[in-house]
Design a protein around this ligand. Structure first.
Ligand SMILES: [Ca+2]
Ligand SMILES: [Ca+2]
Length: 185
């Protein structure tokens, strides 16, 4: 995941954005509010599963929402993903095809077979176009990251383990254990 370690935007800017996203003025960003605020580049709704994953990451108070205190980190996270997505969308088509996905995952340090790339593409291609949109790309990378960095049995991890089992029957754990070169950039 490409992090540029750029500075945070200033607080006033963030506050303006926060207020626009916080439609009901509750002081917290809910999953629904975040979903409305984000775009995957098409008219289709932003992947609710990606929203859930992101809220969960920045929901330090475990309320199912994100406070202004944590909003800056969330905003930066989304911005970093946008830059990352654009950099891997080599042909500027607004989505990631198989070749672009392979380049992206390789650059993240994942050494995956073409077969597994194909399975990931099918798994996260919500619209059956053979390509992955921005929101699904985030979900794909998060699920992959967690599955390779965790021994927990969270649902997201199970999904990725299922993918591994599909490709490598009887050897999913071996696959997980041997893919150790992944790392954040
Ligand atoms: Ca709200
Ligand atoms: Ca593309």
């Amino acid at each position: 995941m490409a992090y540029n370690n750029g500075g945070m935007p200033d607080q006033q800017f963030l506050w303006d954005v926060f207020q626009r996203v916080d439609k009901d003025r509750s002081g917290h960003i809910s999953a629904d509010e975040l979903q409305v605020a984000l775009s995957n580049g098409t008219w289709s709704a932003f992947n609710p599963e990606t929203i859930r994953l992101m809220i969960g990451m920045f929901d330090r108070e475990s309320t199912g929402t994100v406070s202004f205190q944590d909003f800056g980190a969330l905003w930066k996270y989304v911005t970093d993903w946008q830059n990352c997505f654009r950099s891997f969308d080599r042909d500027g088509s607004g989505n990631i095809d198989k070749t672009e996905l392979k380049t992206a995952l390789t650059s993240f340090g994942y050494r995956l077979s073409d077969q597994l790339i194909e399975v990931l593409l099918r798994k996260f291609d919500r619209f059956g176009h053979g390509t992955i949109l921005f929101d699904d790309f985030i979900q794909c990378c998060i699920v992959l990251y967690w599955s390779l960095n965790s021994t927990s049995s969270a649902p997201e991890v199970r999904v990725a383990l299922d993918i591994a089992e599909f490709v490598y029957p009887d050897s999913a754990l071996r696959f997980i254990n041997t893919t150790t070169s992944h790392q954040r950039h």
